[in-house]
Design a protein around this ligand. Structure first.
Ligand code: GDP
Ligand code: MG
Length: 704
């Protein structure tokens, strides 16, 4: 009975020991010829094993699989067209980093790959320790150590090869290089188009085809044009458009960017699996990394960057904020002149403008913050920050990779929580999702700016920075707690890409900044307008006769005084406590008073569940601050609030229940209502406890 034949191809860099291993496997049973049409030598041999006939093919040595050299084309075509059952990538373990480039490219192809870490003896003698287990997990590829010229490991290699060939599983599509989001988005669009046009029925795997088209691979383009006719032409046109978008975005050919990112991926693998630094290619990125990811100075530098970010966000934002303020001030003054007195006027000035205006003025701050986040991402520093955090994150049983969703949380928690999808292990994902909301999002920034600005003067920037820091610390503490209770387990291995540093393009920074800034503007005309309206209605009714605002403070203060309220000294406030809102506030007061937050603060915090900016717009309406945040700040200063209660309120805002969209995102991404409820109660509980301790503790030591 003729046995089944399995084809096994040997790929690898020149001088990695392919021929040596080929000879060790096949002995004398080999034939030497040429690859069809070219003068590249082709060696083939057969050997019987485990009831199979193994056909071993020695591919030409290559460093990559680009369509530029004949050896690379021959190797790639063999894998693509002859579809060997297994491709063994012979990796020179003493030159690991260089070898991994081909390995990552093979990994992108639709074939089963097995790594032989050859020259294991050389690596050992040079003191290079390679964590093969981790390499295997990181790339989802089996790994065998071999010493070709001493015949070591060859038997195990064949055994694994046969095992892999017989396994029914298709090659894993996970654990491949992931490109930056612009490129991934282009790939996605191309793949979607390919799949909708051809039902995915092209010559090659859709994702791989998309990648090659973005790289302008001439061979793949030709084949597509030939085999797919008109549909092929459409795909090529779309690919061309996508290439132009990317070129415009990066000012560089996409293939260069993608090569860089593969090296980034490899650099990440190297950092994870290799303990001795036997790195020959010392380039600029690496030198910068020596400092920025240094064990001792890296972390302080990271903190310094973040501190600068908030300092600039706070101080540089101040000027444009004033301009916007004065525009709103003029608008409300003009409306005051033009409109007849009455409810409508009150609604426009004390509801809409006071509410929306008090948030809208922070648009410049928000844009500056987003600009910095884009800068962190586009320069490649974000990945380093994650890398720096790796050790700390491992303390809580998470990979540094989880820090990227967390950092993105500084912008907005919703995409941050969605980006946790990149984590494969469910527990890691849930844990990351649970701790991300403690990363203070940009919507909370207006609250801090108002409160810190009102009560901490020149220290405002540093106070805001400390609030953010507290968020990071508590998220880590929460992670640690969860890991030892509800979400026990170890972190899954993951490659952290360390893309080369790039000088960011201003245009790309501005686009990324604007993409996020738009969302803030949309909120302005949506949820914040609605929130302000609701708050205004609740604060203006029930009222038989509409009192002019000027009369209200005195009445409010008097009413409060009569009840022995701690806010009795209130002046400059405008919402009567007998309004619906006032009644609601009274109801809530016992919960908030221990944290030093009065009923207005309580109402503002409650309304903040819809969106965090609403905390500010509610305060704006409650103090009817005519959209002028200086006015709101001075109203706050004149209220019963102290620096200590402002601090307590900021901490509460930092920690308490995330906004509605974030809660919905948590529900969606964890697929569990229970985790959502857990997150709501845990965060609110923690917020209460911490704010309580800060406020009461502060009072005890008589600070502030
Ligand atoms: P190819 O270019 O990939 O076909 O590489 P060769 O098989 O021709 O090997 C290149 C050189 O490396 C030869 O001198 C081999 O004897 C040597 N070699 C192969 N495998 C090993 C190994 O595991 N350890 C050491 N020290 N040398 C090896
Ligand atoms: Mg050879």
């Amino acid at each position: 009975m003729p046995s089944q034949t399995l084809t096994i191809a040997l790929a690898g860099n020149p001088n990695s020991g392919k021929t040596t291993i080929f000879n060790a496997i096949t002995g004398t049973r080999q034939k030497v010829g040429n690859w069809p049409g070219v003068t590249v030598e082709k060696k083939e041999g057969t050997v019987a094993r485990d009831g199979f006939t193994l056909r071993i093919v020695d591919l030409p040595g290559t460093y990559s699989l680009t369509p530029f050299s004949i050896e690379e084309i021959v190797s790639r075509d063999f894998v693509l067209d002859s579809r060997p059952d297994v491709v063994i990538d012979i990796i020179d373990a003493s030159n690991l980093e260089r070898s991994l480039y081909l390995a990552t490219q093979l990994r992108e192809l639709d074939c089963k790959v097995l790594f032989a870490l050859n020259m294991a003896d050389m690596a050992r003698s040079r003191g290079i320790k390679i964590n093969a287990d981790k390499l295997s997990k990181l790339l989802a590829v089996p790994v065998v150590f071999t010493v070709g010229n001493k015949n070591e490991g060859i038997d195990a290699l064949l055994e694994r090869a046969v095992e892999l060939a017989r396994a029914d599983l298709p090659p894993s599509t996970r654990r491949r290089v992931k490109y930056n989001k612009d490129i991934e988005a282009a790939i996605q669009r191309l793949v979607a188009h390919i799949e909708s046009q051809n039902g995915g029925n092209l010559l090659y795997d859709p994702r791989w085809t998309a990648i090659k088209l973005l790289e302008d691979d001439r061979i793949i383009k030709e084949r597509l044009a030939r085999s797919a006719g008109d549909r092929g032409k459409q795909i090529l046109e779309l690919a061309d458009r996508e290439r132009h978008i990317l070129m415009d975005r990066f000012d560089e050919d996409p293939e260069i960017i993608m090569t860089d990112e593969r090296y980034g991926f490899i650099a990440g693998i190297m950092k994870e699996i290799c303990t001795t630094s036997s790195r020959q290619r010392i380039d600029v990125s690496r030198n910068i990394d020596r400092v920025l990811t240094n064990r001792f100075v890296g972390f302080p530098i990271f903190l310094l960057f973040i501190w600068i970010m908030f300092q600039v966000t706070f101080t540089a934002g101040d000027y444009p904020v004033r301009w916007i303020e004065s525009v709103f001030g003029m608008l409300s003054a003009a409306l005051g002149q033009v409109l007849p007195s009455g409810l409508f006027k009150d609604f426009l000035i004390n509801g809409v403008i006071a509410g929306v205006g008090s948030v809208a003025v922070f648009f410049p701050n928000i844009l500056i913050l987003f600009f910095f986040i884009a800068l962190l991402e586009d320069t490649g520093y974000m990945a380093r920050a994650a890398f720096l955090m790796d050790k700390i994150m491992h303390l809580i049983g998470l990979h540094g990779k989880s820090f990227i969703p967390m950092l993105m949380g500084f912008g907005c928690n919703v995409p941050a929580i969605m980006s946790a999808r990149a984590l494969e292990s469910e527990k890691d994902r849930i844990l990351t999702i649970l701790i991300t909301p403690f990363m203070s999002c940009s919507a909370k920034l207006p609250v801090y700016i108002i409160l810190a600005g009102a009560f901490f003067g020149p220290q405002a920037g540093s106070v805001i920075f400390s609030i953010y820091l507290l968020g990071i610390l508590l998220s880590i503490a929460t992670g640690r707690l969860m890991r030892s209770t509800l979400l026990r387990g170890a972190d899954a291995p993951f490659v952290m890409e360390l893309p080369p540093y790039r000088v960011p393009m201003l245009k790309s920074l501005l686009i990324h900044m604007w993409d996020r800034g738009k969302i803030f503007l949309r909120k302005m005309s949506g949820i914040i307008l609605i929130g302000s309206t609701v708050i205004w209605i609740l604060s203006a009714f029930p009222q038989e006769i509409h009192r002019p605002p000027a009369d209200r403070p005195a009445q409010a203060a008097a009413a409060l005084q009569a009840k022995g309220h701690p806010g009795a000294a209130d002046t400059g406030t405008s919402t009567a406590p007998e309004s619906y809102l006032g009644q609601l506030g009274k109801l809530l007061e016992p919960a908030f008073r221990p944290m030093g937050i009065d009923w207005r603060g309580g109402v503002a915090l409650l309304s903040g569940f819809a969106a965090k900016e609403i905390v500010v717009s509610t305060l704006g309406v409650l103090y009817a601050a005519e959209s002028n945040n200086n006015a709101l700040q001075s109203a706050l200063r004149r209220s019963s609030m102290t620096p200590l209660s402002a601090l307590s309120m900021m901490i509460f805002v930092l920690l308490y229940v995330p906004c509605l969209s974030t809660v919905a995102a948590i529900r969606r991404e964890t697929g569990s209502t229970r985790w959502m409820l857990f997150s709501i109660f845990y965060s609110t509980g923690l917020a209460w406890v911490v704010s309580f301790c800060v406020y009461q503790g502060g009072r005890l030591i008589g600070y502030l």
